[in-house]
Design a protein around this ligand. Structure first.
Ligand code: 5GP
Length: 237
């Protein structure tokens, strides 16, 4: 059965969700909106939703080929994806290969240090609190995830890093860091969810160091969509 968009469920900062005829699946619509600094900075750029949908769909397929299960089922059109319906675990996983961003602000460490191994960090997914940094014990003690789930989340996150780091290296892009979200389906199966795009990853050009991600928007570096187009051009070849 070809599933179609039915009722609106939810609107986030970058995406909208709709039900389908089958309760196991929902449709994600990628919007043209940019937000940063917990929604304080906003903009709309025509074509952004298409780029992020294309990029995210491609990356979920690359991960599936590498054995990483996600909520992604298929790309439906320019701005829509069919995904499995999951309940989002209220954690944001950050994997870092190179120091930058909030890590440097928080700990005062220098920018651009290549870490000897990937760093795994957790935030509590709560906009009102600004997604605060947490340790695993917070997640366990407040019931946001079980030990088994956290172990699985960590294992999948490192696997995602290995696959995408190698993939992007071949495209002359350094995968600096990224954020992942996980969800559980009605049977309790844990899987990768949300999106993987220049909104959620830092990509640096291997030769020039140019930022090809949302940092162009956050830091007013200009040509934001050009950077997203460049990522799409390199991975669609
Ligand atoms: P940082 O903690 O340095 O701000 O971000 C680390 C990485 O995770 C970056 O690639 C950044 O884009 C991503 N990231 C962290 N938090 C969020 C968030 O709330 N939304 C999005 N889209 N990406 C995030």
């Amino acid at each position: 059965m070809e599933l179609t968009k039915k009722d609106f469920i939810y609107e986030g900062k970058a995406k909208r969700l709709y039900t389908t005829e089958d309760p196991k699946y929902v449709i994600v619509e990628y919007k043209d909106s940019f937000t940063a600094f917990n929604g304080q900075k906003k903009a709309t750029m025509s074509g952004k939703g298409v780029l992020n949908n294309n990029i995210s769909s491609k990356l979920f397929k690359i991960l599936a080929d590498g054995g990483v299960e996600s909520h992604f089922v298929k790309q439906l059109d320019d701005t829509h994806q069919l995904v499995k319906r999951v309940k989002i675990v209220p954690l944001e996983v950050i994997i870092r290969n190179i120091t930058t961003g909030s890590l440097c602000k928080r700990l005062g460490v220098a920018e651009g240090i290549k870490l000897p191994r990937p760093l795994f960090e957790l935030s509590y997914k709560d906009d009102a609190l600004g997604d605060p940094f947490i340790i695993e014990d917070h997640a366990l003690l407040f019931g946001w995830a079980t030990k088994e789930e956290l172990d699985k989340i960590k294992e999948i996150s490192f696997r995602v890093n290995e696959i995408l780091r190698d993939y992007f290296a071949k495209k002359s892009v350094v995968l600096v860091d990224f954020k992942l979200e996980f969800g559980k389906d009605a049977d309790g199966n844990l899987m990768l969810a949300d999106e993987i795009s220049p909104d959620t990853c830092r990509f640096w050009d291997s030769s020039t160091g140019d930022h090809l991600d949302k940092d162009r928007f956050r830091k007013d570096l200009g040509d934001v969509l050009g950077a997203y187009e460049e990522i799409w051009k390199r991975i669609s070849e």
